[in-house]
Design a binder for this molecule. Structure first.
Ligand SMILES: [Zn+2]
Length: 92
């Protein structure tokens, strides 16, 4: 899917259609602070790792992307529900 860097769309802050800039939201890195992460660490890496031995299910062919829309008029950004696309490109 190709998307223009700038296009006119509704801004919930201005309550009007304004020119928006598109930013791709980067995937957040895992912090390792969750309980399951600590449990995994305790389990070690030798032998059968119980439930951690499971191979995660087949990866989906497409990934969900999140796009942030920044209004050039008020400078505020808003998000919309992510959608699945195989390829995401920003065009001029
Ligand atoms: Zn705005």
């Amino acid at each position: 899917m190709k998307m223009p860097v700038k296009f006119k769309t509704y801004c919930p802050f201005c309550r009007n259609h304004q020119i928006h800039e598109v930013e791709k939201v980067k995937k957040s890195k895992t912090t390792g602070l969750h309980w399951i992460d600590r449990q995994k660490e305790r389990r070690g890496k030798v032998g059968n790792m119980g439930k951690f031995s499971k191979v995660p299910g087949g990866d989906k062919p497409t990934k969900k992307i999140n796009v942030r829309y920044r209004c050039t008029t008020c400078g505020k950004a808003h998000l919309r529900k992510g959608y699945r696309v195989a390829k995401f490109e920003l065009t001029e």
